[in-house]
Design a protein around this ligand. Structure first.
Ligand SMILES: Nc1ncnc2c1ncn2[C@@H]1O[C@H](COP(=O)(O)OP(=O)(O)OP(=O)(O)O)[C@@H](O)[C@H]1O
Ligand SMILES: [Mg+2]
Length: 327
């Protein structure tokens, strides 16, 4: 069924409860996910953004059968992540990153041999497949070195190699380029794109807005366990008030000036931020009515004023959404 989403999340919640201390027992309760709905089309790549602690990794772990939801349901490839976890495991891949999940005392190649056996990759294919994924993540030259000698970025690449070794139909990438140098990060993004063109469905979390914008036609923003927006990048821009952003900078503005700027036609939002001795006003514009010259005219008497126009970035959108949520 081509119309069935590859990933479908309905009303998923996850509660973490723990007790700390011995004499003075302290009970902590965290609602990491508070009713998440999400659908990812088969063969597409979907971006999941959100501040630290928003619940991204928790959701990824639930979808990859590592963690149980407290309530709600989630299906991957049409199969329930709780009921059909055995069926799903060989068909999904997960890249969580970090230090865990690799064997440090043995080589990268031996790590992958272990996982190949675990995934049931036929013996005859094993070595060629391992060499191919190591090549794909540019680790072939270091294949026979012990992982404990690896840099953080090399370990991250090995995590990615491990995640794609068994050719999963759905891949969960939790901050895949964290710790990678710019060139390796770029190559990883290229690899992600090539996986999508091979037909793999990908759910990707990242804190790099340009990465999400570059890779993901659709994006959801998670904040405090809830999806606060999901749309295309263009749709999200409209949601926060338009494509155009103007920035005016000078040595301080008074309230009257900020008000004057806010009243200019088409201005949907004005944010004021201090940058050392300078203040920056960021204006979101719904229309073409107001130009940089109009803004300059509304702020007379600042000899050091600079006004520039740029396209609203995904970072602007993200900060607006997450900020609104905080209020
Ligand atoms: N095993 C756990 N026990 C208790 N609380 C947990 C556990 N795992 C996660 N949490 C809590 O759940 C919330 C969501 O955490 P999660 O790791 O999913 O966030 P995240 O969006 O991935 O953040 P980051 O961007 O920092 O990776 C946080 O408040 C976190 O402290
Ligand atoms: Mg995380």
């Amino acid at each position: 069924m081509p119309d069935t989403p590859a990933i479908e999340v309905r009303g998923v919640t996850r509660l973490f409860e723990s007790r700390k201390g011995f004499l003075f027992r302290e009970h902590t309760r965290t609602e990491a996910l508070r009713g998440v709905d999400l659908a990812v089309r088969s063969g597409s790549i979907y971006g999941l953004l959100g501040p630290n602690g928003a619940g991204k990794t928790t959701l990824v772990k639930i979808l990859s059968t590592l963690l149980l939801p407290t309530s709600g349901s989630a299906r991957v490839l049409g199969h329930d992540v709780v009921e059909d976890s055995e069926w799903l495991r060989p068909r999904i891949g997960l890249v969580l990153g970090g230090e865990r999940g690799l064997y440090n005392r043995v080589s990268a190649r031996d790590n992958l041999r272990y996982f190949a056996d675990l995934y049931g990759i036929p013996g005859g294919e094993r070595e060629a497949r391992i060499a191919a994924v190591l090549e794909r993540v540019d680790l072939l030259a270091a294949a026979d070195r012990r992982v404990e000698e690896f840099s953080r970025g090399m370990k991250q690449k090995l995590h990615i190699a491990r995640g794609i070794l068994h050719r999963p139909e759905v891949l969960f990438l939790d901050e895949p380029t964290i710790g990678l140098d710019p060139k390796s990060a770029r190559e990883t993004r290229k690899l992600v794109r090539s996986l999508v063109s091979d037909g793999v469905t990908i759910l990707l979390t990242t804190h790099y807005m340009f990465e999400a914008e570059e890779l993901c036609p659709e994006i959801a923003v998670l904040s405090k366990g809830r999806i606060v927006a999901h749309d295309t990048v263009a749709g999200l821009r409209q949601l926060v008030g338009g494509d155009r952003t103007l920035e005016a900078e000078a040595y301080g503005f008074d309230d009257r000036e900020v008000d004057a700027v806010r009243r200019l036609p088409g201005v949907s939002k004005v944010v004021s931020e201090e940058y050392g001795p300078r203040t920056r006003l960021t204006l979101r514009l719904r229309s073409l009515q107001t130009s940089p010259d109009d803004v300059a005219a509304a702020l007379p008497g600042h000899s050091e004023l600079s006004v520039r126009e740029r396209r609203t970035s995904l970072e602007d959108v993200y900060l607006d959404l997450v900020e609104e949520e905080a209020h």
